[in-house]
Structures are given as structure tokens and as C-alpha cells.
Design a protein around this ligand. Structure first.
Ligand SMILES: [Zn+2]
Ligand SMILES: [Zn+2]
Length: 179
């Protein structure tokens, strides 16, 4: 052993500290981005948010769009307009569905958002109508049109699919509506 034991011990300790610090950075970043999206979902314009936080307009746009593309910005502006729509996933008619979110040619109700979240949390088989996509699946999210990957989990249903990012956005929209 040519390594100085004391220095090695310090190096190991420093490595542990670094891993923990990096984890904290990731958590802080995720929190920050989620809060920025919430400001936007609650009606704040990109310009307003950028000014208030000292960020560039482009940066705020990037953070907001990272949540699965921009389909939901349109949704948010046109919410409450699709009164006769039916949930694409459970086909529940408006009378049986308490809230419906519209994507591009796809609708999802709040109950299906909950079911998709359960399916994504890894239960095998998943609650109907959802099942988690297998590894290597070529299926695409019906909301943001992105493919499943190791970073992007996807739940599949007969009529449409939903990725983890878009699911999170749906949950944020529902939460923001609750106030
Ligand atoms: Zn539904
Ligand atoms: Zn998606």
C-alpha cells in the first residue's frame, strides 16, 4: 500500500460529501423548476417570471418546456372550452368526469391521471387501462410525442400513451386549479 491512509480517508470522506452535495443540487434544481412551472401555470407570463427571478426569457421558456413540451400551455389557455370532450383513456363522458385536460387530439380526466401515476409507480400490470411500457418500447407519448427512454417512463393504454413528464404537468395543472 503506497497510499497514505490518512489522506485516503479524507479523500473518501470528501467523495461522500461531493455525492451528497450533488444530490442536493439536483433536488434544489427540481424544486426550483417545479415552482417556476407553477408560477406559469397560475397565469404568470414568461416575461414576468424572468424579470422577477433575474433569468432570461429563454431560460424560463426552457424550464417550462422541459416539462414535456408546450402542449399544456395551449391547454391552459383554452381550458374549460372543451365541454363535450370525452377522456381518451377511460372514455368517461363529461357527466362522469370531474375534470378533463386537453392535449393535442387527446384528453385525460383527473381519475386517469391518478391511475397513470399508480401505473408509473411500478405496480406490475398496473391499474386498468394503464400498463407501464416495457424497456425498449418504441411507443410515444400522445401529449408531447416523445419516445419512451431510460429517462422518460411511459404508461400505455389502448387509445393513447402518457409519459412521466406530461403526467407531472397534468398533476401540476390539477393542483393549480385547486388553488
Ligand atoms: Zn379518464
Ligand atoms: Zn409526454
Amino acid at each position: 500500500m503506497t497510499l497514505n491512509g490518512e489522506v485516503l480517508g479524507k479523500a473518501k470522506w470528501a467523495a461522500g460529501r461531493l455525492v451528497e452535495a450533488e444530490r442536493q443540487v439536483q433536488l434544489a434544481r427540481a424544486d426550483y423548476h417545479t415552482l417556476i412551472r407553477r408560477l406559469h401555470l397560475a397565469g404568470g407570463s414568461l416575461r414576468e417570471i424572468a424579470q422577477a427571478l433575474g433569468l432570461s426569457h429563454q431560460r424560463v421558456q426552457q424550464i417550462v418546456n422541459d416539462a414535456g413540451g408546450s402542449w399544456w400551455q395551449r391547454v391552459w389557455r383554452t381550458r374549460n372550452r372543451e365541454r363535450d370532450a370525452v377522456c381518451t383513456f377511460c372514455e368517461g363522458p363529461p357527466s362522469e368526469v370531474s375534470r378533463l385536460l386537453a392535449g393535442p387530439n387527446v384528453f385525460i380526466c383527473d381519475a386517469c391521471v391518478d391511475l397513470a401515476a399508480q401505473a408509473l409507480s411500478g405496480r406490475r400490470g398496473g391499474p386498468r387501462p394503464f400498463r407501464a411500457a416495457q424497456e425498449g418500447s418504441r411507443a410515444k407519448c400522445s401529449f408531447c410525442a416523445k419516445k419512451a427512454s431510460s429517462q422518460r417512463a411511459l404508461v400505455l393504454a389502448e387509445a393513447a400513451n402518457l409519459c412521466a413528464d406530461c403526467l407531472e404537468v397534468c398533476q401540476q395543472i390539477l393542483r393549480a386549479e385547486e388553488g
